[in-house]
Write a protein that binds this ligand. Structure first.
Ligand SMILES: Cc1cc2nc3c(=O)[nH]c(=O)nc-3n(C[C@H](O)[C@H](O)[C@H](O)COP(=O)(O)OP(=O)(O)OC[C@H]3O[C@@H](n4cnc5c(N)ncnc54)[C@H](O)[C@@H]3O)c2cc1C
Length: 364
């Protein structure tokens, strides 16, 4: 039986483990469970892929449907509505999902179908002693052997270094928060809201967690305010968002062009393989899509070398496109000159244009 070692213990680790639920393989997941926070958007491509990946589970129980996408400009404590787009007018299904519930849902699905060994430790290195024989060195100096290693250990993980060497990583500041304010919940029902401001842009949407509804907030400072140590203080003074308990964090993405994601039966998956800016809300959705694609390959191909080559060829091209679109979108969200021109352009977007753009991002 093939011994598959998954390094990491977050969204991509459990999504990738789901790709093997119909195979007779020996799976080990190595990594410390980290705290999950808030929610993510689940676009139609991610939702469809999740349904296929889960097979029998009812995804509807963990998602919250979003019907309206509202774009505003928010300055001097005044909100000006620029554009409203209704997903259901184009037969598009859009959702949000709590990160904790999504990961727990994937874990349950995997464990209902196959036995998984879980090791609550960190890996410090990968060694190939001879062709086809991989070993992972653990932080307690133990070695674990494997036929295949799947690196789900994020942007700064050891598998990325093993496959690609040193990568230039860009680090950007982001603020996140959740709220269960009753008035806001009523006002923002089923709404994904994007607010441009002089300081940066805010994204918010409701989600459900254990039968309660919350609002997930993300604020990305624009170039002028990135890494300003006064940002948290400024956020408190922006009245619309001041009651939120903001947490400072970072997002990372690779500066270099994506070249390869596998070497010697080590495959990079999730953020370890590709990471781009979060402005299209696609990084996590692509993890679910990729897991589903890998599942099809695993169930129809015998050679892992062929699987990795096919997976790499098909996913790298798509990620290159998404990376550049996300970069352009980020620049236009974060501009601080010509903002009136941007706002005018956004207000004049036709619904059809918006739909075509979104479909290109999700399905191209
Ligand atoms: C602000 C923001 C908003 C976002 N919004 C969305 C959204 O709306 N929709 C969407 O689709 N995506 C979104 N994303 C992207 C999505 O959240 C990430 O792409 C996703 O979390 C990456 O998951 P991952 O499992 O690959 O990596 P990570 O979550 O980074 O997990 C890596 C895991 O590996 C473990 N690990 C690391 N090193 C080792 C080691 N040496 N040994 C063992 N374990 C190790 C870590 O402990 C961790 O558990 C957003 C991201 C950001 C920053």
């Amino acid at each position: 039986m093939k011994k598959i070692l998954i390094i990491g213990n977050s969204l991509s680790a459990w999504a990738v483990a789901s790709a093997f639920i119909n195979k007779k393989v020996n799976i080990t997941i190595i990594g410390n469970k980290n705290k999950t926070f808030g929610a993510q958007q689940l676009s139609p491509n991610g939702f469809e892929a999740l349904k296929k990946l889960i097979q029998n589970g009812d995804v509807k129980n963990i998602v919250y449907e979003i019907v309206k996408f509202e774009i505003n400009s928010y300055n001097n404590n005044e909100t000006k509505n620029l554009k409203n787009f209704y997903f259901n007018e184009f037969d598009l299904k859009y959702f949000s999902v709590s990160r904790e519930m999504l990961i727990n849902f994937l874990i349950k699905n995997v464990k209902n179908n196959i036995k998984v060994n879980e090791i609550n430790k960190s890996c410090v290195g990968i060694i190939q002693r001879e062709p086809g024989m991989l070993e992972v060195l653990m932080d307690n100096k133990e070695f674990i052997s494997a036929d295949v290693i799947i690196g789900c250990d994020g942007v700064n993980g050891i598998t990325r270094k093993y496959v690609c060497g040193t990568t230039k990583i860009v680090k950007k500041q982001v603020f996140r928060g959740t709220s269960n304010d009753k008035k806001q919940l009523l006002l923002k029902q089923k709404t994904l809201e994007l607010n441009f401001s002089d300081y940066g842009h805010f994204v918010s949407y409701p989600f459900i967690k254990n039968n309660n509804t919350y609002i997930n907030y993300v604020f990305i400072p624009n170039r002028l305010f990135q890494n300003s140590n006064k940002m948290l203080h400024k956020l408190k003074s922006i009245s619309k968002f001041s009651p939120i308990d903001w947490n400072e964090g970072h997002f990372y993405f690779y500066e270099d062009e994506i070249q390869t994601i596998h070497r010697n039966n080590v495959l990079l998956f999730g953020d370890a393989g590709f990471s781009f800016e979060p402005h299209l809300a696609q990084v996590g959705n692509n993890i679910i899509e990729d897991a589903n694609y890998l599942k099809i390959l695993v169930e129809n191909t015998n050679s892992y070398d062929e699987i990795f080559k096919d997976f790499s060829r098909n996913t790298c091209e798509k990620k290159r496109k998404l990376k550049s679109i996300s970069n352009i979108v980020g620049i236009s969200f974060g501009i601080n000159t010509f903002t009136k021109l941007r706002d005018k352009l956004v207000s004049n977007f036709s619904d059809q244009l918006m739909c075509n753009f979104l479909k290109k991002v999700w399905y191209d």
